[in-house]
Every structure is written in C-alpha cells, then in structure tokens.
Design a protein. Sequence first.
Length: 146
Amino acid sequence: MDINALLDEVKLKLDVKTDYRLSKMLDITEQELSDYRKGKRVPDAYACFKFSEVLGKAPSVMIAQIQAENARSERKRLYFKRFFSIAGLWIVLGAMWPNSGVTIGNAYAAGNEARSHKAPLCEMLRRFFRRLKTTFLSHTLRVTGT
C-alpha cells in the first residue's frame, strides 16, 4: 500500500483539502505527515490506528500493510504480507459468521450433545483455522530459521 495513496484516501474520506488540516484532524504533527509522504518515516501504531478509524479497517491489517511495504528485511516483509492475507481471510469469515445463525449463546446452550444443522459448519471452520494456523506457523518457522 502506497502511503501517499493511503493519506489521499484518508483526506478524501474526511473531505479535507490540505495536509495541514489532515494533520490537525488526525492529531498528528505536520512534520510527521510530511515525513510519511516523503518516505523519511513509517507511520507509527498511533497513526495506523487513526487511519484505520477513518477508513473503517482493522488496525492490525493497516499496520501489516504498511509494515509489509516498509520492512527492511525480506523475512519481515514476507511475514507481514502473510499476516495481511490471513487477516483478510479472518475479516471475510468474520463478516460471514453472523449470517450463519450460530451464536455463542445458542452454541453454549446446546452443549456437547448438540447435533444441529449448524454444527458441521462450526466443526469445519474450527478444523480449517487449526490447519491454517499450523501451516502459517510452520512456514514462519522455516522462513525465520528457528
């Protein structure tokens, strides 16, 4: 994600014309904003959270996108790119989850004896995420050499 494009998107969303006004609205100094644009500085967590808040994105995804672009080592860039792709999957599945009809309350109430038509979906998702986590961790360990 190009930081200038990101800042322009935030400006558009806030209907702001100047970087000065943007810095005031985000509670970020003009110098920091200028340094982000020039590539002299990478947005810190606070700035990422502010950008996320305006754009309606998850802060962890925003941080991962920015770090994937700006990390100095290839190992770190790869890690953040993989995190971003997995986090995107979580967001999509999270958006689908409320539509599945399964809630913590009704799943808990049903207990271990539940054999509802939604139980296979829950089990499938649980197995999928277990495999995804295992795959991600094993790949990360291979890349980092630990």
